[in-house]
Design a protein. Sequence first.
Length: 409
Amino acid sequence: MESWSSYPVPKISGAPQPLRLFDTATASVRPSSPSELARMYVCGITPYDATHLGHAATYLAFDLIQRQWRDTGLAVRYVQNVTDVDDPLLERAAHTGENWVVLAQREIALFREDMTALRVLAPDEYIGAVESVTEITEAITSLLASGAAYHVDEDIYFDITSAPDFGYESNYDRATMMRLFAERGGDPEREGKRDPLDSLLWRGMRPGEPFWDTSIGSGRPGWHIECSVIALNRLGMGFDVQGGGSDLIFPHHEHSAAHAESLRSEHPFATHYVHAGLIGLDGEKMSKSRGNLVFVSKLRNAGVDPMAIRLALLDGHYRADREWTGGRLRAAEGRLANWRAASKLATTLQDQELISRLRSHLADDLDTISAIAAADRWAEQANARSRSDGDEVSGEGAEAIDALLGIAL
Ligand code: 5CA
Ligand code: ZN
């Protein structure tokens, strides 16, 4: 599937800092400094209500990771999926009477526009579930052959006991897993499963639902196997970051890891599992099912500068659940104006100090709050000084804000 285009990232001088990132599986901040190529997979949208500010905040967090890696000279291989066939998309299409393919294509197009406007660096490979059906059926065939997958009527399930480390990613206890599995698309009550937590790999054809005729029968892929296979076939085992919002910790990322580890008889699927906190509105998680959504495109159409949206979303720690308010946007607009003025006044010395502060804060598990405070101090000092002849203005402070925070001044 077509990706979007990225704005070039300026190279900045001085000493970059190796990235340290929080990993959900070990509940610790650990170095994420691959030797040459950094490999990242981030779970993409289910395209029926794109792009709300929760989605945007999550993709911005992973965009900062890519910017940190690139700053240290690493090449990055970034893969993202699109869940372009799944229950929630089909339910929405059935509800509104729209064709599900048309709905998905329109929302994907809007998502690409929003990502471009927010200066989110594009994935190298942007891959839909639909275009991956053959890869997925091949993987399910292997899982059936090894006994890790089994039939229940026309459906195929994954046996969690085939992945000896199952549970290591979320570290949740059984009761929590059971609760979240039921809440987030699982079917613990389905009769005939070996374990209530076994997840659907393949959904046999049902009347009125899309299906593919394949070597494992007619039907469509389950959700977790989609991300497992798309990531595995492009990044291999042991890639650097598997990412998404914290609502994907369980069952999605636990099961995607388990499928891949069972398939390859290797551990781990990824060396860091990175999760962004959830954006809420009026005390509730922003979600399609609750209907409390603020869309990037709506704000853009109302004339809001996408850089202000980006800055407002970065003004909070990526791991913290946080509330969206109009006040955040107004604060970001004021801050952006200060930074823009400062970019024309800051001296080379002020810029160098800003660059080293941005690097050390962002390398510390993407501490955007401190990075933004450092840029505020830089702007305050630059804007306070009266410009006198002989003071050098390099413009490198603004370039660093672009390269590391993705904000064009
Ligand atoms: N297609 C699947 C992932 S394979 C999916 O979860 N799609 S989604 O459209 O529901 O969400 C896309 C991404 O945005 C996921 O990483 C999800 O964790 C994240 N996300 C969803 N809602 C929020 C929110 N309110 N705040 C932050 N991130 C969110
Ligand atoms: Zn996913």
